[in-house]
Write a protein that binds this ligand. Sequence first.
Ligand SMILES: Cc1ncc(COP(=O)(O)O)c(C=O)c1O
Length: 495
Amino acid sequence: MSLPDAKEPLLHEISVPGRRAYRLPPMDVPIAEAVSDLLPGVALRQEAPQLPECSELQVVRHFTRLSRLNFAIDTGFYPLGSCTMKYNPKVDDEIANLPGLRDVHPYAPADCVQGALAVLWQLERALCTLAGMDAFSLQPAAGAHGELAGMFICAAYHKSRGEPHRTRVVVPDSAHGTNPASAAMAGFDVVEVPSDHRGNVDLHQLRSVCDERLAAVMLTNPNTLGLWEEQMEEVSRAVHGCGGLLYYDGANANAIVGRVRPGDMGFDICHLNLHKTFSTPHGMGGPGAGPVGVARHLTPFLPSPRVQRVDSPGEATARYVLTSTPESIGRVRAFYGNFAVLVRALAYIRTHGGDGLAEVSGHAVLAANYLLALLREDLPPAIDRQPMHEFVADGTALARHGSLRAIDLCKALLDRGFHAPTMYFPLIVKEALMIEPTETEPREVLEAFAAAVREIVVTSTGADAPGSFPTETPIRRMDEVNAARHPVLRWNTTT
Ligand SMILES: Cc1ncc(COP(=O)(O)O)c(C=O)c1O
C-alpha cells in the first residue's frame, strides 16, 4: 500500500464553481420566512462565503487521505510515556452512541433526563470507590483542567479557614508541566523540590518547605519517572503536619487502579484522567475528562452543580437532582462535563469490574517491565529500579553507537511503523526516552518494538545517517527549532 501524499491539496484548491455534493428535491412545502427577514441587517454578511465546491466523493477521499497521514492507536503501537495512548474498546463507543444517551440535550430539565443523571451519579460513586475519595466533580474536561479546579478548591479551603497566607504550592522537579502551570494559574507561588538518587521526591528538601506558607504539595504516584514514591507516609505526615494539602495528579492511575487508592495514600484532592486510566479517547487538553475528587473535608468546595441521588420512602425508584453548595468554587465547565466521554468511562469500569481493573493495572506494569527487560541493553533505565507502568530510559547510552541520539532513534522508529516514545521528558533526565506500552498491547508487539530498536541501533553504528531519519514517512525530518520559533500557520502566506 503506497503512503498517502503529504501534499494533499486543500478542498479550496480542487473546488470547481457550481459543483455540488448533493441536490435537494424541489420544495413541496411553503417556504418559511427568509433568514434575512429574521436577523437584523447588521448581523448579515454582505457577500456569500467562499466555500469550496466539490462532489461528495472528492470530500470523502480528501478526508480519508488526510486521516491516513495520522499515526493512530488503531493502526500502530504508540508507546508515549505519560501520555498513555491505549486502545479504547469499541464497545464503549457503541454504548455512548445509544440514542437515549447520545441524543440527550444539555438543556433538558432534570426530570426528563433521569437516566443520564443516573449514569453520572454511578460514575461518580465508582470513581470514589476506586480513588478512596468522598466525592468527585465530573466537570473538568482534561487532566490539566482537573488540576486547575483542584488548585481553586485548595485556595477556597485555606481561605475558609482564615489562612490566606498559604500561598505556596510545592512540586517535585520531575513533575509534569501542567502541575506548576495549574498552581500558578490559580494564583499560587510554585516552589520546586529536587528528586533524590532513587527518583523519589527528596524528603529532606520537602520537609524544609513544609511551613505555614504551604498550601499544597502536588505529586503523582507512580511519578513521572515511572517509579513508585517510596516515602508516601512520611510525605503525607510532613504535609499534613504543617496544615498543607496533598494533591494527587492521577495521570498515572492506570498503574494502580483496583489495587491502591490515592485517598488511602493520604491525598486530599485528586484528579483522574479518564482518557488514560479508563480508556476514553485522549483529549490532550480536552475534549477528554479529568474529574476532580476530594476527601470529605473538601467536598463543599467542589465545582457545582453535582448530581445527588434522592431515595424517598415509599417511592419505588430513586430520583436524581442537581445540587450546589454555597462554598463551591462554581462551574468550571458548561453543563455536565464531556458527557459522552463520561459514559465511555462508566462502560469501561462496569465491563471490567473491580477485579478486572486490578488486572488492567497489573498488565500495564508487567508490560512495562517486560519491555524494559527486552530493551535494557540498548536503553538502560535512567534510575535502575523496578518501574511501574512506564519507564524512563537514559538515551545517552545510544551515543555508544556513533552519533545516534534519542531523537534519531525516535525518528527511525517512525520508519518502522512505530510511534516514538515521549522524548526529552522528564526534564531531569538527559536524552530521556519515556516508554509506556500500556496493558492493551500483546506480547508480540512489545517484542517487535524491541527488535526494531535493536535493528536501528545496530545499523546506525558508525554511520553518519541518523540525522536523516525518517526516510519513509509522508513528511521527513523537520527543522523543529525553526518550526517552533517561526511557525508558518497560514496556508497562503501571500494574501
Ligand atoms: C503526569 C501528567 N499530569 C498531568 C497531565 C495532563 O493531562 P491532560 O493531558 O489530560 O490535560 C499529563 C498529560 O499527559 C500527565 O502525563
